[in-house]
Design a protein. Structure first.
Length: 419
C-alpha cells in the first residue's frame, strides 16, 4: 500500500466513530451539534496535517486550500485566487444514515491531494476541499442549505428562522456554535474564484454494480422537492369517541401516504413520506394535528408536478371527508440539473487516459453539486455501492473501490489544476 493509500485508510478510520450510534450502527451527524463539531474538527485536522489553509465561509461551509506552486500561503485565509478547482461533499447525515454518503467525497478529496503530492505534482491553480453544511436537511428541513445560501438560492432571513424539532432556530444553533447568523447569504467573491466543482459521492443505487464498474460519471439530477402537509383535526378520547364523531387527522395523512405510492408508480416518479409527527402523541388519544413531509422526485418537471398534484388532491379529498383542515407548503424545490457536458467529457478523457472506465449515470438524489451547477461548471463522480442501499447503515463501498474513486478524483484534479 502506498503512503497515499495508507493516508486514506487512516483518514477514514479516524472519521468512522464520529456521530455513530452504538445501537443502530447508523450516523446522527446533525448540523451544529456536538457530533457536527467533531466532524468539523476532523476536517480542520486533516487540512492542518496537509498544510492546507482553511476557511469557514459566512454560511458555515468549510474550505481547505492547496495553493499553486510558488504562491506561498496567503496572509488571509479568505483570500481567493480566480480559477480554483474545488472538490468535496458534506459531513452531515440523515437520521441513522450510512458512513459513506457525503464523507467519502471529503475523505477522497484529501486522499487525492496526497496522491498527487506523492507523485510530485503541484497545482498551477488553487485546489480546494469543501465540506458543505446541512446538505441532508436533517435538522432544519432544507437540503443543501449551505450551498443554497452560498449561491443565493435560499433567502437568508427565511433560513435564519428555520427551526428543528425542538424549536431551535438555525440562527440560535449557529450562534451557539460561535458563528454569526446575520452574515449568512450569497458569497460572490468566493463563487467568482471557482472555475469548476467536482464532487465524488457513493452511488445511491446499484447501476455501477450491475455494470461491473468501480466508478461512474453523473449525467444530471432529477428535479425534486419537499412538501410539508399539516392535517389539523380535533383531539379526543380514543376509547369513548364514536367513529362517526371523530375528526381524526391521522386518516387523511394515511391516505396521502398511500396516494404518494400510487402517484409515483403512475408517473414513473418517486414519492416518499419518511417523516411525520403526531400531536399530542398519546396512545389513547385521537390526534389534534399530524404533520407529514413528502419527498418527490421525477425524471422531468412535468411528471414531478403531476405526481405532487395527485398526492395533494387525494390528501385534500380525504381531509374534507374527515372534517380535517389541510395546509400544504412547499419547503424546497430543486429543478432538473444537467451537469456541464464539456467538463464531464474532459473528465471522461482524463480517466480513460489512465485506464479508468466510467459509465455515465443519471440520479434522483440531490447533491451540493446540483446547486452549484447553476453558478459554476460542475461534475460528479460516483463510487460503486454493491448493496445499492443508501441513507441506511447498510450503505457500503469496498475499500478497493474507495481507492479507485480517489484515483479517479486525483486524475480529474491533475487534469484540471496541474497542467
Amino acid at each position: 500500500m502506498s503512503d497515499a493509500e495508507q493516508s486514506f485508510a487512516t483518514l477514514w478510520e479516524s472519521l468512522l466513530p464520529v456521530g455513530r450510534d452504538s445501537g443502530t450502527g447508523g450516523y446522527r451527524r446533525f448540523s451544529w451539534t456536538p457530533a457536527d463539531a467533531s466532524a468539523r474538527s476532523w476536517f480542520m485536522d486533516a487540512a492542518a496535517v496537509r498544510n492546507l489553509r482553511t476557511y469557514a465561509d459566512r454560511n458555515g461551509n468549510l474550505w481547505a486550500w492547496w495553493d499553486p506552486a510558488g504562491a506561498g500561503v496567503a496572509t488571509e485565509p479568505d483570500s481567493f485566487t480566480p480559477g480554483a478547482i474545488v472538490t468535496g461533499s458534506h459531513l452531515d447525515s440523515v437520521p441513522d444514515g450510512g458512513a459513506y454518503d457525503g464523507p467519502l467525497g471529503v475523505a477522497t478529496a484529501f486522499a487525492a491531494i496526497d496522491m498527487l503530492r506523492e507523485r510530485g505534482r503541484r497545482p498551477a491553480r488553487p485546489v480546494a476541499v469543501a465540506a458543505f453544511t446541512e446538505e441532508e436537511g436533517a435538522r432544519f428541513g432544507v437540503a443543501c442549505l449551505g450551498s443554497r445560501l452560498l449561491t443565493g438560492v435560499t433567502d437568508p432571513a427565511k433560513a435564519r428562522a428555520l427551526t428543528d424539532r425542538n424549536g431551535v432556530t438555525l440562527a440560535g444553533a449557529m450562534t451557539a456554535a460561535g458563528l454569526d447568523p446575520d452574515a449568512i447569504g450569497p458569497d460572490e467573491a468566493l463563487l467568482a474564484s471557482i472555475a469548476a466543482y467536482v464532487e465524488l459521492h457513493i452511488e445511491q443505487g446499484r447501476a455501477l454494480a450491475d455494470r461491473g464498474a468501480a466508478v461512474g460519471l453523473a449525467a444530471g439530477i432529477w428535479p425534486h422537492g419537499r412538501w410539508r402537509l399539516t392535517f389539523t383535526g380535533r383531539a379526543d378520547h380514543a376509547g369513548t369517541t364514536r367513529l362517526a364523531d371523530r375528526h381524526d387527522p391521522m386518516l387523511p395523512c394515511a391516505a396521502a401516504v398511500l396516494a404518494a405510492r400510487d402517484a409515483a408508480a403512475g408517473h414513473g416518479a418517486l414519492a416518499t413520506v419518511g417523516k411525520l409527527t403526531a400531536e399530542p402523541g398519546g396512545v389513547n388519544a385521537i390526534c389534534s394535528r399530524v404533520t407529514a413531509w413528502l419527498d418527490a422526485r421525477a425524471p422531468d418537471e412535468h411528471r414531478l408536478a403531476a405526481t405532487v398534484d395527485q398526492v395533494l388532491a387525494a390528501a385534500g379529498d380525504a381531509a374534507a371527508a374527515q372534517g380535517v383542515a389541510l395546509d400544504a407548503t412547499q419547503e424546497s424545490a430543486t429543478p432538473a440539473v444537467e451537469f456541464d457536458a464539456p467538463l464531464r467529457d474532459r473528465l471522461a478523457s482524463a480517466l480513460a487516459a489512465r485506464g479508468i472506465s466510467a459509465p455515465v449515470l443519471g440520479t434522483g438524489a440531490g447533491h451540493d453539486a446540483g446547486v452549484l451547477a447553476a453558478r459554476v461548471p460542475a461534475a460528479m463522480l460516483f463510487v460503486r455501492n454493491p448493496t445499492g442501499v443508501s441513507h441506511s447503515p447498510a450503505e457500503h463501498a469496498e475499500p478497493a473501490d474507495c481507492l479507485a474513486g480517489a484515483e479517479a478524483l486525483a486524475a480529474a484534479l491533475e487534469d484540471l489544476a496541474c497542467q
